[in-house]
Design a protein around this ligand. Structure first.
Ligand SMILES: Cc1cc2nc3c(=O)[nH]c(=O)nc-3n(C[C@H](O)[C@H](O)[C@H](O)COP(=O)(O)OP(=O)(O)OC[C@H]3O[C@@H](n4cnc5c(N)ncnc54)[C@H](O)[C@@H]3O)c2cc1C
Length: 389
C-alpha cells in the first residue's frame, strides 16, 4: 500500500499527459521518485494519438521517438475536388501500445510506482484520494483530462467523430494518411473523412464534424463510413476497434486552474485543431528537464510562451463557429490547405505560428455566409443559440 510516502512527482491521471510525464521523467531524471495514479484499470484510454513530426522538439524526440507506433513521410488532403500532398512527417501513438510500454517501464524503473485509484483533491504538496488516503510529493501534477461539469465550461464549437479501425481484404488505395476528404454530406457543420493506413490492409477511418452541437449519432457515422468504403470498392472488412470523441473547440478562455494543472484540463491543447500532442509532449519534456521543485515555474513559463497562439486560436474558433454559417465552413479549410505554404501549416499545427503566419491564415478568409451580428453576440455572456444544421 502506498501511504505517507514522499515522491518527487505525483501525477494524477494516467492518460496522455500523465503517461508522457512518466516516460519523460524516467528518461531524464531516472532517480526521481514518481507516483502515477489512474482511476481506470488500464492507462491511456482508447485513442489513436496522431501528430506532425515537426510538433516535437529535438530534445522531446529523444525519449518520445521510441513511443511512436507508426510514421509516414507526409499526408494528403482532398478538399473541394483538389488533392494536395503535404510533405510534413506524420505519426501515431496507439493508446493500448502506450499502456503496455508504461507497464514495461514500471518493471524496469524501480522509482516508478503506479496506483489504481480516484483522486479527489489536490493541494500544493498533498493529494487526497477518494478513499481518504493522502499522499505527499514535491510536485503534484493534475493530469485528469477534460473536466466534466465540476466547473463552468467555456463557450465552444465541437470536433466530434467516430472512428473505425478495419481489417480490409484488399490493400487500401493510399499509403499515406488523408487528413481531410470532404467528399461527403456536409450537414451538421463542416464534415470530412480521415483515413490512417496503419498497414496496407489495416485502416482507421473516421467521420469527423466541426459542429455547433455536441450530439453525435454514432449509428449515422458508422453508415457514413460504410458508404465511404463501399464507394471506393471496399465492401468486405472486419471492424476491429471503434473510438469516438467530442472535443470542445473553445472560443472563450477556460476558467483559471491551479498552476500545476496540465494536459487538456490545464489548457495544454491546440484549441483550433483539437490536437494535444504538440503541447503535452513538449511540456512533459520541459517539466522532466528540471527538478520537481521548479515544476510550477516551468509550467508558468510554457503557458506564457503560448499566450499569443492561444489567443489567436480562440479567435479563429469564434470566426469558425459564430461568424461563418455551417454550410460555408468548409471553404475556410479549402483556403487553408489550398493557399498556405507547408511551412505555415507546419507551424500552425505545432502551435508555433508567428504573427505573420496568423495574418496569412486570417487575411483573405472568404466573406461568404457571414453573420456579423451573431459574431458580436458571441462576446456577450448569454450563449448564442446554435446554428440550425
Ligand atoms: C478518440 C479520440 C482521438 C483523439 N485523437 C487525437 C490525436 O490524433 N492527436 C491528438 O493530439 N489528440 C487527440 N485527441 C485529443 C486527446 O486525446 C486529448 O486532448 C488528450 O488525451 C488529453 O490528454 P490528458 O492527459 O489531458 O487527458 P486524458 O488523456 O483524457 O487523460 C486523463 C486521465 O485521467 C484519468 N482521471 C480522470 N479523473 C481522475 C481521477 N479523479 N483520479 C484519477 N484519474 C483520473 C482518466 O481516466 C484519464 O485516463 C483525441 C481524443 C479522442 C477522444
Amino acid at each position: 500500500m502506498v501511504s505517507k510516502s514522499e515522491f518527487d512527482f505525483v501525477i494524477a491521471g494516467g492518460g496522455l499527459q500523465g503517461s508522457l510525464l512518466a516516460f519523460a521523467i524516467s528518461s531524464l531524471q531516472p532517480s526521481a521518485r514518481i507516483l502515477l495514479i489512474e482511476k481506470q484499470r488500464q492507462f491511456c484510454g482508447n485513442h489513436t494519438w496522431s501528430f506532425h513530426r515537426s510538433d516535437l522538439s529535438d530534445t522531446t524526440w529523444k525519449w518520445f521517438g521510441g513511443l511512436v507506433d507508426k510514421q509516414w513521410d507526409g499526408y494528403h488532403v482532398e478538399l473541394g475536388g483538389v488533392t494536395r500532398h503535404i510533405p510534413i512527417g506524420y505519426g501515431s501513438v496507439f493508446s493500448d501500445q502506450l499502456s503496455q510500454k508504461l507497464v514495461a517501464l514500471r518493471s524496469t524503473n524501480a522509482n516508478l510506482t503506479t496506483l489504481t485509484g480516484s483522486v479527489q483533491r489536490l493541494e500544493d504538496q498533498r493529494l487526497h484520494l477518494e478513499t481518504g488516503q493522502q499522499i505527499t510529493g514535491t510536485a503534484i501534477l493534475d493530469c485528469r483530462g477534460l473536466s466534466h461539469g465540476d466547473q463552468p465550461q467555456p463557450r465552444s464549437g465541437f470536433q466530434k467523430f467516430v472512428g473505425l479501425e478495419v481489417e480490409l481484404e484488399e490493400d487500401w488505395i493510399a499509403s499515406t494518411p488523408c487528413l481531410m476528404d470532404d467528399r461527403i454530406d456536409q450537414s451538421d457543420g463542416f464534415r470530412f473523412i480521415y483515413t490512417l493506413p496503419i498497414s496496407p490492409r489495416r485502416l482507421l477511418v473516421e467521420d469527423t464534424r466541426f459542429s455547433n452541437t455536441r450530439t453525435l449519432d454514432r449509428t449515422a457515422c458508422r453508415e457514413v463510413i460504410a458508404t465511404y468504403l463501399r464507394e471506393r470498392g471496399f465492401t468486405r472488412y472486419r471492424v476491429c476497434r471503434e473510438e469516438s470523441g467530442c472535443l470542445p473547440m473553445p472560443y472563450q478562455r477556460a476558467p483559471r486552474h491551479s498552476q500545476m494543472t496540465v494536459g487538456y484540463r490545464g489548457g495544454f491543447f491546440h484549441p483550433a485543431t483539437g490536437y494535444s500532442m504538440p503541447l503535452v509532449a513538449n511540456l512533459a519534456d520541459r517539466i522532466a528537464s528540471s527538478p520537481a521543485a521548479d515544476a510550477a515555474a516551468v509550467i508558468a513559463a510554457f503557458r506564457e510562451q503560448m499566450r499569443f497562439q492561444t489567443t489567436f486560436s480562440l479567435w479563429l474558433n469564434r470566426l469558425l463557429f459564430q461568424l461563418v454559417t455551417p454550410t460555408r465552413r468548409r471553404e475556410i479549410f479549402r483556403r487553408f490547405y489550398g493557399k498556405l505554404p507547408a511551412s505555415t501549416i507546419q507551424r500552425f499545427y505545432a502551435f508555433q505560428f508567428t504573427a505573420t503566419d496568423a495574418a496569412r491564415i486570417f487575411l483573405g478568409r472568404p466573406p461568404m455566409g457571414l453573420t456579423p451580428l451573431r459574431f458580436l453576440q458571441s462576446f456577450r455572456e448569454k450563449r448564442c443559440p446554435a446554428f440550425p444544421t
